[in-house]
Design a protein around this ligand. Structure first.
Ligand code: GAR
Length: 228
């Protein structure tokens, strides 16, 4: 079960972003409004990740850490080192953003309820690799992106936010991915802001906002509304 840590007072929450490549979501999390969430660390499993250069330019500490010899998951010994690096720096929220690797324990244990991921489909449709290609192949007319808390499964954790985009007849992977990515860059900062304000809790599979927030007009967690 995922339990989100409670309201953290007025203090900022240090955010670590874990990536494998480009890092456009990392950049969005650095540049956009995230309330108390402050990106202070980037870690990558790819020494050539363009995201490392982005971190340098944005003045955020960036590091490559060896993930182990496996291709799609961590060696637990190395995953412990990733968790330790984040713990040493007082990280309060871990954001996976294009990390092409499954977490198998140490990070989820250390940061229980405080690990999020962004996925380029409306989960539970099209989990795993090439979500945009899967959507095109299936022929859906609407797809989008999902920010969710991470559990032990592949893209199975409780959904925080989803934003939709249309799929056009002449779309290819590139055009559809670009349309989804624009929405990712809106959704992820919103989700981080909500989490770091202590406004989210998990009830079973559902991520809900506190009663106070609902009576104050509510937060639309499942639409393209940008109202926070
Ligand atoms: C994003 O589209 C993200 O949703 C996807 O990788 C891309 C990373 O882009 N993640 C997954 O597919 C995870 N299953 P970015 O490096 O520019 O943020």
């Amino acid at each position: 079960m995922i339990t989100v840590p409670g309201e953290g007072g007025d203090e900022n929450v240090k955010v670590a972003v874990l990536v494998s490549g480009r890092g456009s979501n990392f950049e969005a999390l650095c540049r956009e409004e995230t309330g108390r969430g402050v990106v202070s660390l980037l870690i990558t499993d790819n020494p050539n990740a363009p995201a490392l250069e982005k971190a340098g330019k944005l003045g955020v500490e960036g590091m490559y850490l060896f993930p182990g010899e496996y291709r799609t998951r961590f060696d637990p010994v190395h995953e412990e080192r990733w968790a330790a690096a984040m713990k040493e720096r007082g990280i309060g929220l871990v954001c996976l953003a294009g990390l092409m690797r499954i977490l198998k324990g140490p990070i989820l244990r250390e940061f229980s309820g405080s690990v999020m991921n962004i996925h380029p489909s409306l989960l539970p449709s099209f989990p795993g690799l090439d979500a945009q290609g899967q959507a095109l192949e299936y022929g859906v007319k609407v797809t989008g992106c999902t920010v969710h808390y991470v559990d032990e499964g592949v893209d199975t954790g409780p959904v925080i936010l989803q934003r939709t985009v249309p799929v056009f007849d002449d779309d290819d992977r590139e055009s559809l991915s670009a349309r989804i990515l624009e929405q990712e860059h809106v959704a992820y900062p919103m989700a981080v802001k909500l989490h770091c304000a202590g406004r989210l809790s998990v009830k079973g599979r559902k991520v809900v906002t506190s009663p106070a927030e609902r009576s104050a007009g509510g937060i639309l967690l499942a639409s393209n509304e940008e109202e926070l």
